[in-house]
Design a protein around this ligand. Structure first.
Ligand SMILES: [Zn+2]
Length: 511
């Protein structure tokens, strides 16, 4: 009995204490329910996905397609009732480029159409041409002389250096429960040293770059008609791009062919067979407007004390020139849907909720980095901007259209209990995983590098890599049902983060 009483006392004293030390995050389950219902039963995802990928099409930085996407998304934002909508310049991008005609086929030893795509910011051909490909192998400067006087009007191909591997596993990747459990743990560091290891010698890389430059100049001098390269397999052509800055001269006509079609030409030439090609590429450069833009819209905050603070969501609007479905039409459509749901439910958030559709992510996160530098923190000179303290958090989607399985917290330990509780009502939608781990590759980095809480959503990759940056990254790649789930999850997160008393805590950052 006595033992029991002591135990009881211990429980009475210890339990409340341990509960007190645990953070309790307010979660509005009635609102969660409304959000899920609107996202699943009244979704606008399909219409937006169709318009963005089929009516507007690919959205290369500086292209007419991206210009059309700026206009359409900003109109959509106005129609759904967002305020302060603008197509806001982030700075100088460079040369605009549109491909207006493209054709290539092999005509000798037999007729075979070739699957390919012109490289972005390369020149076109001089009209329709019939010519021969020449196999050119230049490993050092001396090799250049072997080809002098032999390349005028020809198409250059180079030996095959990599080939597609046999794909034995499934293309589709979904996280299973074991993967998710592992993600909840930090990676274990093994080995004797936590250091960075020896710095790599980049002399060879510099030598290769200098050689490439010399070879390019040589091709220009010789009057080469076009250069072929390989990328992509099974009918999928991987996009490549050339220099787009106004200081660089637009380079030779360049075409990427699928590995299979490129490989055939190279093998035939290596065996001494006669090969002929016919091709025509028309590309248009435009230089009237060399700036890059982001599209911004918001729902102003209503709480007098908190409305200057902002919760941001974003995704990049630009894509490569062959596609732009999963990368990142999916993120754009999802974030637009989040704003639509918030407006549809007539939510009047305490903090301002702002959406940003970034430009020129594919060329180095230009849109988001410049935006962060303008409003929050300029990494180039260490200058803190007026709104630095006003940002609560930024949420990004850019890993395709797979289910959202949780959130990457980028090492932000203090935010963990908050997001664990905010995601708890989404366990039944498979979205409850909170990982402290970091992920990279996209616009949240512009925030996290500046010491701001910038998070990317954790997503099933599905077949993302198969169509990645290719001509096959189309509407068909987008899993619309999964995007509806994603919109529900992000809407709820952004709503709760806008309503809570405090901003999302930041990890210490040494500015
Ligand atoms: Zn992307």
């Amino acid at each position: 009995m006595k033992l029991y009483r002591n135990l009881l006392l211990a429980v009475l004293f210890v339990l409340p204490l341990s509960l007190q030390s645990q953070h309790t995050e307010p979660v509005d389950l009635e609102m969660v329910n409304k959000i899920k219902n609107e996202a699943i039963n009244n979704s606008n995802i399909r219409d937006m996905a169709f318009y963005l990928t089929d009516v507007i099409g690919p959205r290369l930085s500086g292209s007419t397609g991206l210009q059309n996407a700026y206009e359409w998304t900003s109109e959509q934002m106005k129609e759904m009732g967002l305020e302060n909508v603008e197509i806001a310049p982030w700075g100088e991008f460079g040369r605009g480029w549109d491909n207006e005609k493209f054709y290539i086929a092999m005509t000798e030893p037999y007729y075979q159409h070739l699957i390919g795509m012109p490289q972005a910011w390369s020149r076109g051909t001089d009209g329709f041409i019939e010519t021969e490909p020449v196999l050119v192998e230049i490993n050092n400067e001396e090799d250049i002389e072997n080809y002098r006087g032999k390349l005028e009007g020809k198409v250059v191909v180079t030996p095959v250096t990599s080939e597609p591997e046999l794909q034995e596993d499934s293309y589709v990747h979904r996280y299973d429960s074991e993967d998710l459990e592992e993600l909840k743990m930090l990676p274990r560091v093994s080995g004797p040293s936590y250091g960075r290891g020896p710095s790599r010698d980049n002399t060879e890389a510099l030598r290769q770059r200098a050689l490439r430059q010399k070879v390019n100049n040589f091709f220009e001098e010789e009057g080469v008609a076009a250069v072929l390269a390989s990328g992509g397999t099974f009918g999928t052509v991987r996009a490549h791009g050339r220099g787009y800055s106004m200081d660089s001269e637009p380079g030779l006509a360049r075409i990427t062919l699928t590995f299979e079609h490129y490989g055939r030409i190279v093998r035939l030439l290596e065996e001494g067979k006669d090969v002929s090609l016919e091709l025509e590429v028309e590309n248009r450069f435009h230089e009237e407007d060399t700036k890059g833009y982001n599209v911004i819209g918001e729902i102003p905050g209503t709480d007098r004390r908190l409305r200057d603070e902002v919760v941001m969501i974003g995704a990049h609007l630009d894509s490569w020139h062959g596609g732009g479905g999963n990368d990142n039409g999916a993120g754009v459509v999802l974030m637009m849907e989040v704003m639509r749901i918030l407006k549809e439910l007539e939510i009047e958030p305490r903090r301002t909720i702002r959406v940003a559709l970034w430009g020129a992510e594919e060329q180095g996160l230009h849109g988001s980095r410049n935006y962060v530098a303008e409003y929050f923190y300029d990494l180039s000179n260490g200058e803190k901007k007026d709104d630095f303290d006003n940002l609560s958090a930024y949420f990004n989607v850019d890993n395709g259209s797979g289910l959202i399985r949780g959130i990457w917290l980028m090492g932000n330990d203090e935010a963990r209990p908050i997001f664990e509780q905010l995601l708890a009502p989404f366990e039944d939608m498979d979205a409850g995983t909170v990982t402290l781990r970091r992920t990279g590759g996209t616009d949240h980095l512009a925030f996290s590098r500046a010491g701001l809480p910038g998070f990317n959503m954790l997503q099933d990759r599905l077949d993302y890599w198969r169509g990645y940056h290719s001509n096959m990254d189309t509407f068909e790649r987008m899993q619309l049902g999964n995007l509806m789930q994603g919109a529900a999850v992000v809407t709820s997160l952004v709503y709760h983060v806008a309503q809570r008393d405090e901003k999302i805590p930041r990890v210490d950052f040494d500015h």
